[in-house]
Design a protein around this ligand. Structure first.
Ligand code: NAD
Length: 476
Protein backbone atom coordinates (compact mmCIF):
# COMPACT_ATOMS: atom_id res chain seq x y z
CA UNK A 1 0.00 0.00 0.00
CA UNK A 2 1.11 3.55 -0.71
CA UNK A 3 1.88 5.86 2.17
CA UNK A 4 -0.50 8.71 3.06
CA UNK A 5 2.33 11.24 2.63
CA UNK A 6 2.95 10.06 -0.90
CA UNK A 7 2.32 12.85 -3.44
CA UNK A 8 0.02 12.27 -6.42
CA UNK A 9 1.60 11.02 -9.67
CA UNK A 10 1.56 14.50 -11.22
CA UNK A 11 2.99 16.07 -8.08
CA UNK A 12 5.67 13.38 -8.08
CA UNK A 13 6.65 14.31 -11.65
CA UNK A 14 6.66 18.01 -10.66
CA UNK A 15 8.94 17.27 -7.71
CA UNK A 16 11.41 15.52 -9.99
CA UNK A 17 11.16 18.41 -12.46
CA UNK A 18 11.78 20.92 -9.64
CA UNK A 19 14.86 19.04 -8.51
CA UNK A 20 16.29 19.44 -12.03
CA UNK A 21 15.33 23.07 -12.65
CA UNK A 22 16.87 23.90 -9.26
CA UNK A 23 20.19 23.08 -10.94
CA UNK A 24 19.46 25.16 -14.04
CA UNK A 25 19.51 28.83 -14.71
CA UNK A 26 16.11 29.31 -16.32
CA UNK A 27 14.09 32.50 -16.01
CA UNK A 28 11.29 31.74 -13.48
CA UNK A 29 8.56 32.48 -16.04
CA UNK A 30 9.97 29.99 -18.53
CA UNK A 31 10.39 27.37 -15.83
CA UNK A 32 6.69 27.71 -14.94
CA UNK A 33 5.68 27.65 -18.63
CA UNK A 34 7.48 24.36 -19.16
CA UNK A 35 6.15 22.76 -15.97
CA UNK A 36 2.43 23.44 -16.41
CA UNK A 37 0.09 21.35 -18.47
CA UNK A 38 -1.34 23.51 -21.30
CA UNK A 39 -4.79 21.96 -21.47
CA UNK A 40 -6.77 18.91 -20.44
CA UNK A 41 -10.00 18.03 -22.14
CA UNK A 42 -12.51 15.84 -20.31
CA UNK A 43 -15.19 14.09 -22.29
CA UNK A 44 -18.22 12.16 -21.07
CA UNK A 45 -20.08 10.24 -23.71
CA UNK A 46 -22.74 7.60 -23.85
CA UNK A 47 -22.76 4.34 -25.78
CA UNK A 48 -25.76 2.04 -26.03
CA UNK A 49 -24.59 -1.38 -24.83
CA UNK A 50 -26.53 -4.41 -23.67
CA UNK A 51 -29.82 -2.58 -24.01
CA UNK A 52 -28.91 0.51 -22.03
CA UNK A 53 -26.83 3.66 -22.30
CA UNK A 54 -23.52 3.51 -20.48
CA UNK A 55 -21.60 6.72 -19.84
CA UNK A 56 -17.81 6.76 -20.09
CA UNK A 57 -15.28 9.39 -19.00
CA UNK A 58 -12.17 10.04 -21.04
CA UNK A 59 -9.34 12.58 -21.11
CA UNK A 60 -6.81 14.01 -23.52
CA UNK A 61 -4.19 16.19 -21.97
CA UNK A 62 -1.72 18.39 -23.86
CA UNK A 63 1.28 19.26 -21.76
CA UNK A 64 3.49 21.21 -24.14
CA UNK A 65 3.09 22.41 -27.73
CA UNK A 66 6.62 23.70 -28.19
CA UNK A 67 6.61 21.21 -31.08
CA UNK A 68 3.60 19.90 -32.95
CA UNK A 69 2.02 17.49 -33.33
CA UNK A 70 1.89 16.52 -29.69
CA UNK A 71 2.23 12.83 -29.01
CA UNK A 72 1.25 10.34 -26.34
CA UNK A 73 -0.59 7.08 -25.77
CA UNK A 74 -4.19 6.37 -24.93
CA UNK A 75 -4.68 4.21 -21.84
CA UNK A 76 -7.69 2.09 -20.92
CA UNK A 77 -7.81 1.50 -17.19
CA UNK A 78 -10.07 2.09 -14.22
CA UNK A 79 -7.21 4.05 -12.62
CA UNK A 80 -7.35 6.76 -15.31
CA UNK A 81 -8.00 10.27 -13.97
CA UNK A 82 -6.98 13.84 -14.76
CA UNK A 83 -3.98 13.81 -12.44
CA UNK A 84 -2.64 10.66 -14.10
CA UNK A 85 -3.04 11.81 -17.73
CA UNK A 86 -1.42 15.14 -16.89
CA UNK A 87 1.55 13.42 -15.27
CA UNK A 88 1.90 11.10 -18.24
CA UNK A 89 1.56 14.00 -20.71
CA UNK A 90 4.37 15.87 -18.93
CA UNK A 91 6.57 12.77 -19.07
CA UNK A 92 5.89 12.59 -22.81
CA UNK A 93 7.19 16.13 -23.31
CA UNK A 94 10.46 15.30 -21.55
CA UNK A 95 10.74 11.89 -23.21
CA UNK A 96 10.29 13.27 -26.74
CA UNK A 97 12.88 15.96 -26.08
CA UNK A 98 15.36 13.43 -24.67
CA UNK A 99 15.16 11.08 -27.67
CA UNK A 100 14.82 13.93 -30.16
CA UNK A 101 11.45 13.02 -31.64
CA UNK A 102 9.95 16.29 -32.90
CA UNK A 103 6.80 16.25 -30.78
CA UNK A 104 5.25 17.98 -27.82
CA UNK A 105 3.81 15.89 -24.99
CA UNK A 106 0.27 14.61 -24.65
CA UNK A 107 -1.60 11.66 -23.15
CA UNK A 108 -5.09 10.28 -23.14
CA UNK A 109 -7.09 7.86 -21.11
CA UNK A 110 -10.47 6.26 -20.82
CA UNK A 111 -11.72 5.18 -17.43
CA UNK A 112 -12.71 1.62 -18.27
CA UNK A 113 -11.75 -1.97 -17.52
CA UNK A 114 -11.41 -3.29 -21.09
CA UNK A 115 -11.66 -6.90 -19.88
CA UNK A 116 -15.33 -6.32 -19.03
CA UNK A 117 -16.30 -5.75 -22.68
CA UNK A 118 -16.29 -7.91 -25.80
CA UNK A 119 -14.55 -6.87 -29.00
CA UNK A 120 -17.61 -5.37 -30.65
CA UNK A 121 -18.44 -3.30 -27.56
CA UNK A 122 -14.86 -2.07 -27.31
CA UNK A 123 -15.00 -1.03 -30.95
CA UNK A 124 -18.17 1.02 -30.39
CA UNK A 125 -16.65 2.68 -27.30
CA UNK A 126 -13.29 3.36 -28.99
CA UNK A 127 -14.87 4.82 -32.13
CA UNK A 128 -17.07 7.11 -30.08
CA UNK A 129 -14.13 8.26 -27.95
CA UNK A 130 -12.07 8.84 -31.12
CA UNK A 131 -14.95 10.82 -32.65
CA UNK A 132 -15.14 13.09 -29.59
CA UNK A 133 -11.40 13.74 -29.69
CA UNK A 134 -11.08 14.08 -33.48
CA UNK A 135 -13.83 16.64 -33.81
CA UNK A 136 -11.81 18.87 -31.47
CA UNK A 137 -8.52 18.23 -33.32
CA UNK A 138 -7.28 16.22 -30.35
CA UNK A 139 -6.60 13.48 -32.88
CA UNK A 140 -5.00 14.97 -35.98
CA UNK A 141 -1.91 14.11 -38.09
CA UNK A 142 -0.38 17.56 -37.63
CA UNK A 143 -1.71 18.41 -34.18
CA UNK A 144 -2.19 15.43 -31.90
CA UNK A 145 -1.15 11.86 -32.62
CA UNK A 146 -2.08 9.16 -30.07
CA UNK A 147 -0.52 5.70 -29.71
CA UNK A 148 -1.13 2.56 -27.62
CA UNK A 149 -0.58 2.43 -23.88
CA UNK A 150 -1.76 0.23 -21.02
CA UNK A 151 -4.92 -1.64 -22.02
CA UNK A 152 -4.80 -0.65 -25.71
CA UNK A 153 -2.92 -2.01 -28.70
CA UNK A 154 -2.91 -2.31 -32.49
CA UNK A 155 -6.59 -3.16 -32.67
CA UNK A 156 -7.74 0.03 -30.94
CA UNK A 157 -5.32 2.13 -33.00
CA UNK A 158 -6.76 0.67 -36.24
CA UNK A 159 -10.29 1.64 -35.11
CA UNK A 160 -9.11 5.16 -34.26
CA UNK A 161 -7.38 5.56 -37.65
CA UNK A 162 -10.46 4.35 -39.47
CA UNK A 163 -12.76 6.62 -37.48
CA UNK A 164 -10.56 9.61 -38.27
CA UNK A 165 -10.47 8.68 -41.97
CA UNK A 166 -14.27 8.45 -42.07
CA UNK A 167 -14.49 11.95 -40.63
CA UNK A 168 -11.79 13.36 -42.95
CA UNK A 169 -12.38 11.64 -46.25
CA UNK A 170 -10.12 13.94 -48.31
CA UNK A 171 -7.15 14.01 -45.94
CA UNK A 172 -4.40 12.14 -47.79
CA UNK A 173 -2.38 11.97 -44.56
CA UNK A 174 -5.16 10.61 -42.40
CA UNK A 175 -3.22 7.47 -41.49
CA UNK A 176 -0.67 9.63 -39.67
CA UNK A 177 -3.36 10.61 -37.13
CA UNK A 178 -2.37 7.74 -34.82
CA UNK A 179 0.57 5.35 -34.48
CA UNK A 180 0.88 1.77 -33.30
CA UNK A 181 -1.47 0.56 -36.04
CA UNK A 182 -1.29 -2.95 -37.48
CA UNK A 183 0.95 -3.32 -40.55
CA UNK A 184 -2.02 -3.76 -42.87
CA UNK A 185 -3.59 -0.52 -41.64
CA UNK A 186 -0.55 1.72 -42.12
CA UNK A 187 1.60 0.48 -39.26
CA UNK A 188 5.34 -0.14 -39.28
CA UNK A 189 7.35 -3.31 -38.74
CA UNK A 190 8.70 -3.52 -35.21
CA UNK A 191 6.24 -1.15 -33.49
CA UNK A 192 4.58 -3.77 -31.27
CA UNK A 193 7.92 -4.88 -29.81
CA UNK A 194 9.41 -1.36 -29.82
CA UNK A 195 9.13 -0.35 -26.18
CA UNK A 196 10.44 -3.69 -24.90
CA UNK A 197 13.16 -3.63 -27.56
CA UNK A 198 14.09 -0.14 -26.38
CA UNK A 199 14.45 -1.42 -22.81
CA UNK A 200 16.85 -4.08 -24.12
CA UNK A 201 18.88 -1.52 -26.10
CA UNK A 202 18.94 0.79 -23.07
CA UNK A 203 20.40 -1.96 -20.88
CA UNK A 204 22.90 -2.99 -23.54
CA UNK A 205 24.11 0.61 -23.77
CA UNK A 206 24.36 0.92 -19.98
CA UNK A 207 26.46 -2.26 -19.81
CA UNK A 208 28.85 -0.86 -22.45
CA UNK A 209 30.23 1.54 -19.82
CA UNK A 210 32.16 -0.22 -17.05
CA UNK A 211 32.19 2.88 -14.85
CA UNK A 212 28.40 3.21 -15.05
CA UNK A 213 27.89 -0.45 -14.21
CA UNK A 214 30.31 -0.05 -11.30
CA UNK A 215 28.21 2.78 -9.86
CA UNK A 216 25.44 0.24 -9.29
CA UNK A 217 27.85 -2.17 -7.61
CA UNK A 218 27.45 -4.66 -10.46
CA UNK A 219 30.18 -5.79 -12.81
CA UNK A 220 30.59 -7.62 -16.08
CA UNK A 221 28.10 -8.09 -18.86
CA UNK A 222 24.34 -8.28 -19.17
CA UNK A 223 24.69 -12.01 -19.75
CA UNK A 224 23.87 -14.04 -16.63
CA UNK A 225 22.31 -11.12 -14.76
CA UNK A 226 19.27 -12.07 -12.64
CA UNK A 227 16.19 -10.09 -13.61
CA UNK A 228 12.83 -9.64 -11.88
CA UNK A 229 10.09 -8.11 -13.99
CA UNK A 230 6.70 -6.74 -13.00
CA UNK A 231 4.00 -6.85 -15.70
CA UNK A 232 4.19 -9.28 -18.62
CA UNK A 233 2.13 -7.10 -20.96
CA UNK A 234 3.32 -5.54 -24.18
CA UNK A 235 6.37 -3.82 -22.71
CA UNK A 236 7.33 -6.38 -20.06
CA UNK A 237 6.89 -9.43 -22.26
CA UNK A 238 9.05 -8.13 -25.09
CA UNK A 239 11.74 -6.77 -22.77
CA UNK A 240 11.96 -10.05 -20.81
CA UNK A 241 11.86 -12.19 -23.94
CA UNK A 242 14.65 -10.31 -25.74
CA UNK A 243 16.83 -10.09 -22.63
CA UNK A 244 16.48 -13.82 -22.08
CA UNK A 245 16.76 -15.04 -25.66
CA UNK A 246 19.31 -12.60 -27.05
CA UNK A 247 21.37 -11.38 -24.09
CA UNK A 248 21.44 -14.43 -21.84
CA UNK A 249 19.83 -12.70 -18.85
CA UNK A 250 18.10 -14.99 -16.34
CA UNK A 251 14.51 -14.07 -15.60
CA UNK A 252 14.15 -15.20 -11.99
CA UNK A 253 10.87 -13.48 -11.15
CA UNK A 254 7.71 -12.46 -13.00
CA UNK A 255 5.06 -10.46 -11.15
CA UNK A 256 1.53 -10.15 -12.51
CA UNK A 257 -1.84 -8.90 -11.24
CA UNK A 258 -2.78 -12.15 -9.49
CA UNK A 259 0.60 -13.02 -7.98
CA UNK A 260 4.16 -13.83 -8.93
CA UNK A 261 6.43 -16.60 -10.11
CA UNK A 262 9.91 -17.07 -8.74
CA UNK A 263 12.59 -19.47 -9.90
CA UNK A 264 16.29 -18.83 -9.21
CA UNK A 265 17.39 -20.94 -12.22
CA UNK A 266 15.25 -18.87 -14.56
CA UNK A 267 11.71 -18.89 -15.94
CA UNK A 268 10.93 -19.47 -19.59
CA UNK A 269 9.33 -16.16 -20.62
CA UNK A 270 7.60 -17.57 -23.69
CA UNK A 271 5.98 -20.38 -21.67
CA UNK A 272 4.85 -18.03 -18.91
CA UNK A 273 3.41 -15.63 -21.49
CA UNK A 274 1.45 -18.44 -23.17
CA UNK A 275 0.12 -19.48 -19.76
CA UNK A 276 -0.87 -15.90 -18.97
CA UNK A 277 -2.77 -15.49 -22.24
CA UNK A 278 -4.56 -18.80 -21.74
CA UNK A 279 -5.39 -18.52 -18.03
CA UNK A 280 -5.54 -14.74 -17.51
CA UNK A 281 -2.93 -14.87 -14.74
CA UNK A 282 0.15 -16.69 -13.47
CA UNK A 283 -1.68 -18.75 -10.84
CA UNK A 284 -1.16 -22.48 -11.28
CA UNK A 285 1.92 -22.14 -13.52
CA UNK A 286 3.93 -25.35 -13.05
CA UNK A 287 7.62 -25.70 -12.17
CA UNK A 288 8.00 -22.45 -10.28
CA UNK A 289 7.37 -21.05 -6.87
CA UNK A 290 4.00 -19.26 -7.08
CA UNK A 291 2.93 -16.62 -4.58
CA UNK A 292 -0.17 -14.49 -4.39
CA UNK A 293 1.79 -11.69 -2.75
CA UNK A 294 3.31 -10.41 -5.99
CA UNK A 295 4.65 -7.18 -4.52
CA UNK A 296 6.92 -9.15 -2.14
CA UNK A 297 8.83 -10.61 -5.11
CA UNK A 298 9.96 -7.09 -6.05
CA UNK A 299 11.94 -7.15 -2.82
CA UNK A 300 13.79 -10.39 -3.68
CA UNK A 301 17.52 -10.47 -4.40
CA UNK A 302 18.27 -9.85 -8.09
CA UNK A 303 20.62 -7.79 -10.25
CA UNK A 304 18.06 -5.88 -12.30
CA UNK A 305 14.49 -4.99 -11.40
CA UNK A 306 12.19 -4.02 -14.27
CA UNK A 307 8.86 -2.52 -13.24
CA UNK A 308 6.85 -2.74 -16.48
CA UNK A 309 3.25 -2.55 -15.29
CA UNK A 310 2.12 0.74 -13.83
CA UNK A 311 3.03 3.82 -11.81
CA UNK A 312 3.74 4.17 -8.10
CA UNK A 313 4.65 0.55 -7.37
CA UNK A 314 7.94 1.44 -5.69
CA UNK A 315 6.96 3.93 -3.04
CA UNK A 316 7.64 5.02 0.53
CA UNK A 317 6.24 1.76 1.87
CA UNK A 318 8.68 -0.60 0.13
CA UNK A 319 11.61 1.39 -1.32
CA UNK A 320 13.86 0.67 1.64
CA UNK A 321 13.44 -3.08 1.16
CA UNK A 322 14.16 -3.16 -2.60
CA UNK A 323 17.44 -5.05 -2.98
CA UNK A 324 18.06 -4.69 -6.72
CA UNK A 325 21.14 -2.52 -7.30
CA UNK A 326 19.86 -1.53 -10.76
CA UNK A 327 16.28 -0.61 -11.65
CA UNK A 328 15.16 0.20 -15.17
CA UNK A 329 11.78 1.92 -15.35
CA UNK A 330 10.02 0.26 -18.27
CA UNK A 331 6.66 1.55 -17.01
CA UNK A 332 5.92 5.24 -16.66
CA UNK A 333 6.42 6.59 -13.16
CA UNK A 334 6.83 3.28 -11.28
CA UNK A 335 9.01 4.99 -8.63
CA UNK A 336 7.46 7.82 -6.63
CA UNK A 337 9.50 10.94 -5.85
CA UNK A 338 9.86 9.86 -2.20
CA UNK A 339 11.01 6.37 -3.12
CA UNK A 340 13.43 7.84 -5.64
CA UNK A 341 15.16 9.72 -2.85
CA UNK A 342 15.41 6.61 -0.67
CA UNK A 343 16.89 4.62 -3.56
CA UNK A 344 19.34 7.38 -4.41
CA UNK A 345 20.55 7.47 -0.83
CA UNK A 346 21.03 3.68 -0.91
CA UNK A 347 23.12 3.98 -4.09
CA UNK A 348 20.63 2.16 -6.32
CA UNK A 349 21.09 3.14 -9.95
CA UNK A 350 17.78 3.96 -11.65
CA UNK A 351 17.55 4.15 -15.44
CA UNK A 352 14.63 6.56 -15.72
CA UNK A 353 11.34 6.01 -17.54
CA UNK A 354 11.64 8.96 -19.89
CA UNK A 355 14.65 7.22 -21.42
CA UNK A 356 13.99 3.55 -20.68
CA UNK A 357 10.59 3.27 -22.34
CA UNK A 358 11.17 5.78 -25.14
CA UNK A 359 11.42 2.98 -27.72
CA UNK A 360 7.67 3.17 -28.27
CA UNK A 361 7.55 6.83 -29.16
CA UNK A 362 10.72 6.52 -31.23
CA UNK A 363 9.25 3.86 -33.50
CA UNK A 364 5.93 5.74 -33.48
CA UNK A 365 7.90 8.64 -34.92
CA UNK A 366 9.20 6.37 -37.70
CA UNK A 367 5.64 5.18 -38.36
CA UNK A 368 4.36 8.76 -38.58
CA UNK A 369 7.13 9.66 -41.04
CA UNK A 370 6.30 6.53 -43.07
CA UNK A 371 2.62 7.51 -43.17
CA UNK A 372 3.44 11.05 -44.31
CA UNK A 373 5.89 9.84 -46.95
CA UNK A 374 3.49 7.10 -48.12
CA UNK A 375 6.30 4.61 -48.71
CA UNK A 376 7.72 1.71 -46.75
CA UNK A 377 11.26 2.21 -45.42
CA UNK A 378 13.83 0.42 -47.55
CA UNK A 379 11.57 -0.01 -50.57
CA UNK A 380 13.74 2.10 -52.86
CA UNK A 381 17.18 1.07 -51.56
CA UNK A 382 17.05 -2.56 -50.54
CA UNK A 383 17.69 -4.32 -53.85
CA UNK A 384 20.13 -1.63 -55.02
CA UNK A 385 22.13 -2.25 -51.85
CA UNK A 386 22.05 -6.00 -52.44
CA UNK A 387 23.25 -5.56 -56.06
CA UNK A 388 26.22 -3.45 -54.98
CA UNK A 389 27.19 -5.99 -52.34
CA UNK A 390 26.87 -8.77 -54.91
CA UNK A 391 29.39 -6.95 -57.16
CA UNK A 392 31.92 -6.93 -54.34
CA UNK A 393 31.37 -10.60 -53.46
CA UNK A 394 31.66 -11.61 -57.14
CA UNK A 395 34.86 -9.61 -57.51
CA UNK A 396 36.45 -11.14 -54.39
CA UNK A 397 35.58 -14.62 -55.56
CA UNK A 398 36.94 -13.89 -59.05
CA UNK A 399 40.21 -12.54 -57.60
CA UNK A 400 40.53 -15.55 -55.34
CA UNK A 401 40.04 -17.92 -58.29
CA UNK A 402 42.27 -15.93 -60.72
CA UNK A 403 45.17 -15.57 -58.31
CA UNK A 404 44.86 -19.10 -57.01
CA UNK A 405 44.81 -17.88 -53.38
CA UNK A 406 41.85 -20.12 -52.74
CA UNK A 407 40.01 -17.86 -50.31
CA UNK A 408 36.45 -18.85 -49.60
CA UNK A 409 33.88 -16.42 -48.25
CA UNK A 410 31.93 -18.26 -45.58
CA UNK A 411 28.26 -18.89 -46.50
CA UNK A 412 27.24 -17.20 -43.24
CA UNK A 413 29.18 -14.04 -44.13
CA UNK A 414 27.77 -14.01 -47.66
CA UNK A 415 24.21 -14.49 -46.46
CA UNK A 416 24.50 -11.65 -43.95
CA UNK A 417 26.47 -9.28 -46.18
CA UNK A 418 24.29 -9.76 -49.23
CA UNK A 419 21.00 -9.14 -47.46
CA UNK A 420 19.81 -5.55 -47.93
CA UNK A 421 18.08 -3.89 -45.01
CA UNK A 422 14.30 -4.14 -44.98
CA UNK A 423 11.93 -2.08 -42.89
CA UNK A 424 12.38 -4.11 -39.69
CA UNK A 425 16.19 -3.89 -39.81
CA UNK A 426 16.01 -0.15 -40.48
CA UNK A 427 13.55 0.41 -37.65
CA UNK A 428 15.74 -1.53 -35.21
CA UNK A 429 18.82 0.33 -36.37
CA UNK A 430 17.08 3.69 -35.92
CA UNK A 431 15.85 2.67 -32.49
CA UNK A 432 19.26 1.44 -31.38
CA UNK A 433 20.90 4.64 -32.57
CA UNK A 434 18.30 6.73 -30.75
CA UNK A 435 18.67 4.86 -27.48
CA UNK A 436 22.47 5.07 -27.61
CA UNK A 437 22.47 8.79 -28.40
CA UNK A 438 19.98 9.56 -25.62
CA UNK A 439 21.94 7.50 -23.08
CA UNK A 440 25.14 9.25 -24.06
CA UNK A 441 23.51 12.66 -23.63
CA UNK A 442 22.37 11.65 -20.12
CA UNK A 443 25.64 10.10 -19.01
CA UNK A 444 27.60 13.09 -20.21
CA UNK A 445 25.67 15.20 -17.67
CA UNK A 446 25.88 12.44 -15.03
CA UNK A 447 29.66 12.30 -15.26
CA UNK A 448 30.49 15.93 -15.90
CA UNK A 449 28.57 17.79 -13.19
CA UNK A 450 29.47 17.64 -9.51
CA UNK A 451 25.93 18.59 -8.50
CA UNK A 452 24.37 15.65 -10.39
CA UNK A 453 24.51 12.14 -9.01
CA UNK A 454 21.80 10.24 -10.81
CA UNK A 455 20.53 9.49 -14.29
CA UNK A 456 17.02 10.81 -13.68
CA UNK A 457 18.10 14.34 -12.95
CA UNK A 458 20.53 14.08 -15.88
CA UNK A 459 17.66 13.10 -18.17
CA UNK A 460 15.55 16.01 -16.95
CA UNK A 461 18.44 18.44 -17.40
CA UNK A 462 18.96 17.37 -21.01
CA UNK A 463 15.29 17.43 -21.92
CA UNK A 464 14.28 20.60 -20.09
CA UNK A 465 17.27 22.34 -21.70
CA UNK A 466 16.02 21.29 -25.13
CA UNK A 467 12.41 22.31 -24.46
CA UNK A 468 13.63 25.67 -23.11
CA UNK A 469 15.75 26.22 -26.24
CA UNK A 470 12.70 25.53 -28.37
CA UNK A 471 10.58 28.05 -26.48
CA UNK A 472 13.38 30.62 -26.68
CA UNK A 473 13.64 30.10 -30.44
CA UNK A 474 9.93 30.88 -30.67
CA UNK A 475 10.64 34.17 -28.91
CA UNK A 476 9.13 33.28 -25.53
P1 NAD B 1 -0.23 -3.73 -21.01
O1 NAD B 1 -1.63 -3.46 -20.64
O2 NAD B 1 0.09 -4.41 -22.30
O3 NAD B 1 0.51 -4.59 -19.87
C1 NAD B 1 0.46 -4.30 -18.51
C2 NAD B 1 0.73 -5.61 -17.77
O4 NAD B 1 0.88 -5.35 -16.38
C3 NAD B 1 -0.43 -6.61 -17.92
O5 NAD B 1 0.08 -7.89 -18.20
C4 NAD B 1 -1.12 -6.54 -16.56
O6 NAD B 1 -1.77 -7.75 -16.22
C5 NAD B 1 0.06 -6.24 -15.65
N1 NAD B 1 -0.34 -5.59 -14.40
C6 NAD B 1 -1.28 -4.65 -14.22
N2 NAD B 1 -1.35 -4.29 -12.93
C7 NAD B 1 -0.41 -5.01 -12.30
C8 NAD B 1 0.03 -5.09 -10.95
N3 NAD B 1 -0.54 -4.36 -10.00
N4 NAD B 1 1.03 -5.93 -10.66
C9 NAD B 1 1.61 -6.68 -11.61
N5 NAD B 1 1.24 -6.66 -12.90
C10 NAD B 1 0.24 -5.83 -13.23
O7 NAD B 1 0.51 -2.32 -20.90
P2 NAD B 1 1.88 -1.87 -21.56
O8 NAD B 1 1.56 -1.19 -22.84
O9 NAD B 1 2.86 -2.97 -21.51
O10 NAD B 1 2.31 -0.70 -20.55
C11 NAD B 1 2.96 -0.96 -19.31
C12 NAD B 1 3.65 0.30 -18.84
O11 NAD B 1 4.56 0.75 -19.84
C13 NAD B 1 2.73 1.49 -18.57
O12 NAD B 1 3.26 2.25 -17.50
C14 NAD B 1 2.81 2.28 -19.84
O13 NAD B 1 2.50 3.65 -19.66
C15 NAD B 1 4.26 2.08 -20.19
N6 NAD B 1 4.58 2.32 -21.61
C16 NAD B 1 3.99 1.61 -22.61
C17 NAD B 1 4.34 1.84 -23.93
C18 NAD B 1 3.79 1.03 -25.07
O14 NAD B 1 4.29 1.20 -26.19
N7 NAD B 1 2.83 0.16 -24.89
C19 NAD B 1 5.28 2.83 -24.23
C20 NAD B 1 5.88 3.54 -23.19
C21 NAD B 1 5.52 3.27 -21.88
Amino acid sequence: MKDQQEPSFRHSVDLMFNRAVGLMDLPPGLEEKIRVCNATYTVRFGVRLRGQIQTFTGYRSVHSEHMEPVKGGIRYSLGVNQDEVEALAALMTYKCALVETPFGGSKGGLCIDPRQYDEHELELITRRFAYELAKRDLIHPSQNVPAPDMGTGEREMAWIADQYARMNTTDINSRACVTGKPLNAGGIAGRVEATGRGVQYALREFFRYKEDVAKSGLSGKLEGKRVIIQGLGNVGYHAAKFLQEEDGAIITGIIERDGALFKPEGLNVENVHEWLIKHGGVKGYPNAQVTTNGAAIMEEECDILIPAAMEGVINLSNAERIKAPLIIEAANGPITAGADEILRNKGTVVIPDMFANAGGVTVSYFEWVKNLSHIRFGRMQRRAEESRHQILVDELERLSADTGVGWQLSPNFKEKYLRGAGELELVRSGLDDTMRAAYQAMREVWHSRDDVDDLRVSAYLVSIGRVAASYRAKGL
